[in-house]
Design a protein around this ligand. Sequence first.
Ligand SMILES: Cc1cc2nc3c(=O)[nH]c(=O)nc-3n(C[C@H](O)[C@H](O)[C@H](O)COP(=O)(O)OP(=O)(O)OC[C@H]3O[C@@H](n4cnc5c(N)ncnc54)[C@H](O)[C@@H]3O)c2cc1C
Length: 373
Amino acid sequence: MPVFSLDPAQKSWCDELRAVSADRLRPLADKGEPGRINRPLLAALGELGLLDRLLGAGALDLCLLRESLAHGCTEAETALALQGLGSYPLVQAGTEEQRLRWLPEVAAGRAVAAFALSEPGAGSDAAALALAAVREDGPDGPGWLLTGDKRWISNAPEADFYTVFARTTPGAGARGVTAFLVPADRPGLTGTPIEMLSPHPIGSLAFDSVRVGAADVLGEVDQGFRVAMNTLNLFRPSVGAFAVGMAGAALEATLLHTADRTAFGGPLKDLQSVSHQVAEMATRTEAARLLVYAAAEAYDAGAPDVPRRSAMAKLFATETAQYVVDAAVQLHGARALQRGHLLEHLYREVRAPRIYEGATEVQRTIIAKELYG
Ligand SMILES: Cc1cc2nc3c(=O)[nH]c(=O)nc-3n(C[C@H](O)[C@H](O)[C@H](O)COP(=O)(O)OP(=O)(O)OC[C@H]3O[C@@H](n4cnc5c(N)ncnc54)[C@H](O)[C@@H]3O)c2cc1C
């Protein structure tokens, strides 16, 4: 099984995706309202069959999708990834009834999903989450009332349903958390958008005695933390793929610019410090790509070293993308900082992946634990 190169069919799929993202999805993204869910963009991802593909994808396909879409349109990449993040708890742990109700709508881009784990008091330390699920059985059987807050939830507050991780057993840490599927129209659920550095649909959610029943549980009661972690394990290498896609776009723009721009009597690329900088950017991007593909293949093969590989891939790719985009800005000069320039956009986009789905420092902790374990 090659971990070092893609086969011809995979390569041509990536080329197709890059073309689609630049030609079809980019114009739809440009028409969207910054920081809001772009439903026409999601509908196009549905029509193209990409959301359907996402829901059945293994880790490598997910990475190829994210890297290739990010190259031409980060908004399309993010819209697709968030559908996956919000839906995967349902894919892995949902009942047939739950899946039939929601997944065809998600695949068509008509229903918007969101993954609600983080809270004001629980980010990196997700097992400290406190959103209370207090048992209150109704006439139809077991039930809970959800009370508390979620924060930094992508697609909130406009999503159509949330996979919500709530505390069913106080004081039990990761072992007292249950995953619930909560439709957005449940009474008592409200939300507020949050404006970020890079326009990203995100917000907070407030739960005021939101009623959920047995039919809303995803998986087993008190076993929801595993549902969250299984989801993040699949998505972690693909955050690296998103970063590699952004680094690739920055690198490509830099190659074109430094070949074209003249200064001191010739193109910038003839200055050795410029061409060496570009060589370094390309080398680090390729190294990041290989770590991401290797981690994804290990995941798909069910290899035992997935936690270490995934953590290394996410850490190295997101840090590399930050380096590459910053260097690309430098080599473009002032024009890169003009509002609306590709690199101005990437410079803002590239920052968040070093924090979410496990900050860089958390990935180092995972790697060190595996090494000494
Ligand atoms: C754009 C964006 C989208 C997001 N989308 C979602 C979403 O859809 N759903 C969701 O549930 N959450 C989402 N999040 C939240 C994200 O998962 C959290 O921001 C992340 O887990 C970090 O938590 P925190 O921000 O509270 O930082 P904290 O946990 O307070 O950590 C702050 C910093 O402390 C350091 N640190 C923390 N732990 C350690 C450690 N063990 N060792 C060393 N240093 C450490 C790191 O530098 C870290 O960045 C999103 C965040 C962003 C920025």
